[in-house]
Design a protein around this ligand. Sequence first.
Ligand code: SF4
Ligand code: SF4
Length: 133
Amino acid sequence: MAMEVELLKSMTKKPITLRYPFEKAKPVEGLRGRPIWDMEKCIGCGLCQRDCPTKAIEMMGRGRQAEFRIYYDRCAFCAQCVESCPVGAITMTKEYELAAFEHEQMRQEYRRPRTSPSKRSESKPESQTSTFA
Ligand code: SF4
Ligand code: SF4
């Protein structure tokens, strides 16, 4: 009898599962999704690359000229880079749908604008270019 009662109850309730990907769950508080870099803040110290446990951060150059490649298929979403950054240039977003078929699609590049030395003082110091698909 108890089983019939449970069966009737479940027939009148809405399902607790979602029809993903058509329905999506709201990210929970504290979810660590894709980390992103703010090149305006970055001073190019290299601590994020040094401390990343999975070598997901490739850094080209140092200081204000430093640029990055981030490999999200290596990232463990541990937020160590956020902890290590002395200027708060890295943020963990709540973006969690990162699956892709190709390795190249899992890469994001952060570049700085190319300017000649004479024009450098006239232009904005840095900007971000994202190639992440
Ligand atoms: S979140 Fe962790 S694994 Fe991902 S880039 Fe930052 S330090 Fe590396
Ligand atoms: S730790 Fe922060 S300031 Fe240093 S290179 Fe990484 S993002 Fe830039």
